[in-house]
Design a protein around this ligand. Structure first.
Ligand code: FAD
Length: 414
């Protein structure tokens, strides 16, 4: 056996968790392979804006190879990992086998349908770039088709948009869709009666954005209602079919479009033989290692991590902070030191509702609503976006939209 002088670290997933782990290991005495099934990193917080024709898909993604160009000890592999042999320490991506000494799993999360009949078949999830483009195409096609439809009932069904889930994605998309409809589409389709168009936001709990203080949920509710969104709280979806949804109270909403933003579960580890919780996340120790596998770390949405008994939310800052700890702990293990406990700093959260309106909670202490929160949201998201060109393009699109009430990318693309 050849003794390796530099340990090999394999990282699965080039999202917020995986990419930040790779960056934290840049220039360190390890040989890193970062693996992703896509050759780009997606900035998920702006994905809903692709679906709402607000920004171009290319403006919120960045090629991974470009990000890693200057980092000599990190290489990229475009591959989808299908299995892991934890005994021999080899990742299996079909023809490609990747051996490792330390492994970081950061495959993120995927949509969870909670077993609602028809949800998987007939709803539009909003978790990947393909899904966002597909949803944008579908919405714009509804308007095109409705503009020639003679039957008012069919037209109303085509022009009813139901969003399930009053979390950040549901709220942000509801606001952005309402503004797309009442701004540019009103001008594009002068023959349509826009009183037939409705956006319905359905939430099972008694308030929106439950991770924020109640006054921010209240502000969000009032603002969305003022914009024209029909918000239904304490409402459960019982079934989805091709042309509608049935609610728990028996009401049926006729619609061609149900956007599913109700839940998430850990991604792509089925059959990998790791202990998962009820939402498919891998249980980790306080040092982010998998019990019994000291060389294996899990970060981001895939990690079931509790601080003081409370599960951490699936958010980008959680993933990037865990990435720093996982990288540091691998280096500690390489040096023969014990890994350190992960400590989370809650930076707060913010959600945009629409033009001049957002809610923000900073460090769990200070809350902001309206224009101030909106400016903060714009600044933070522009700053966090990777790449100067992307920032410039997104800012230009936002400014154009703000000044001229136009959405420049309302294209129906294959
Ligand atoms: C629509 C949407 C909006 C969001 N908005 C916000 C927000 O405003 N603020 C916020 O803080 N958080 C937001 N989040 C959550 C945030 O994006 C996640 O918490 C964060 O991306 C988690 O990072 P991660 O590295 O765990 O996973 P991801 O960033 O999802 O990365 C996972 C990566 O793994 C790759 N992958 C998966 N399986 C495999 C495999 N088998 N082989 C190879 N590669 C694989 C994927 O291609 C992907 O690149 C949002 C998420 C979504 C979906």
């Amino acid at each position: 056996m050849v003794e390796r002088s530099v340990p090999r670290v394999a990282i699965v997933g080039a999202g917020f968790g995986g990419l930040w782990t790779a960056k934290a290991l840049a220039g360190k005495p390890v040989e890193v392979t970062l693996i992703d099934k896509n050759n780009y990193h997606t900035f998920f917080p702006l994905l809903y804006q692709v679906a709402a024709a607000e920004v171009d898909p290319g403006d919120i993604v960045h090629p991974v190879r470009k990000i890693l160009r200057e980092i000599k000890n990190v290489r990229f592999a475009l591959a989808e990992i299908q299995a892991v042999d934890f005994e021999t320490r080899v990742l299996d991506a079909g023809d490609l086998k990747i051996p490792y000494d330390y492994l970081v799993l950061a495959t993120g999360s995927t949509v969870s349908y909670f077993g609602v009949p028809g949800a998987e078949q007939y709803t539009f999830p909003l978790r990947t770039m393909e899904q966002a483009i597909n949803l944008r195409n579908h919405i714009l096609c509804r308007f095109e088709t409705a503009s020639f439809e003679q039957d008012p009932e069919v037209r109303r069904r085509m022009l009813t948009f139901v969003i399930v889930g009053g979390g950040p994605t549901g709220v942000e998309f509801a606001g952005a869709l309402e503004e797309l409809i009442r701004g540019p589409l009103v001008k594009d389709f002068p023959n349509l009666d826009f009183s037939e168009v409705s956006v319905v936001l359905i939430e099972g709990l008694d308030r929106l954005l439950t991770y924020l203080p109640e006054n921010l949920s209240e502000f969000t509710l009032k603002r969305l209602q003022k914009m024209g969104v029909d918000v239904r709280l304490q409402t459960m979806v019982n079934e989805v079919f091709p042309d509608g949804v049935r609610l728990q109270n028996g009401e049926v909403i006729s619609t061609d479009t149900v956007v599913w933003s109700a839940g998430a579960k850990g991604a792509a580890v089925d059959g990998w033989g790791l202990p998962t919780n009820r939402v498919g996340q891998i249980e980790v120790t306080e040092t982010l290692q998998v019990n019994g596998l000291p060389g294996v770390y899990v970060v981001g949405d895939l990690a079931s991590c509790k601080i003081d008994g409370e599960a951490l939310p699936m958010l980008a800052p959680v993933a990037t902070q865990q990435a720093e700890t996982a990288a540091e702990n691998i280096l500690r293990q390489v040096r023969g030191e014990a890994p350190e406990q992960f400590r989370y700093t809650d930076l707060g959260a913010m959600t945009v509702i629409g033009r001049n309106a957002a809610v923000a909670n900073l460090f769990g202490r200070w809350t902001f609503t309206g224009f101030v929160a909106w400016v903060m949201w714009l600044g933070v998201h522009l700053f966090r976006l990777i790449g100067f060109r992307n920032r410039l393009m997104v800012l230009t699109n936002w400014a154009w939209d703000y000044l001229f009430f136009e959405r420049v990318v309302r294209l129906i693309l294959p």
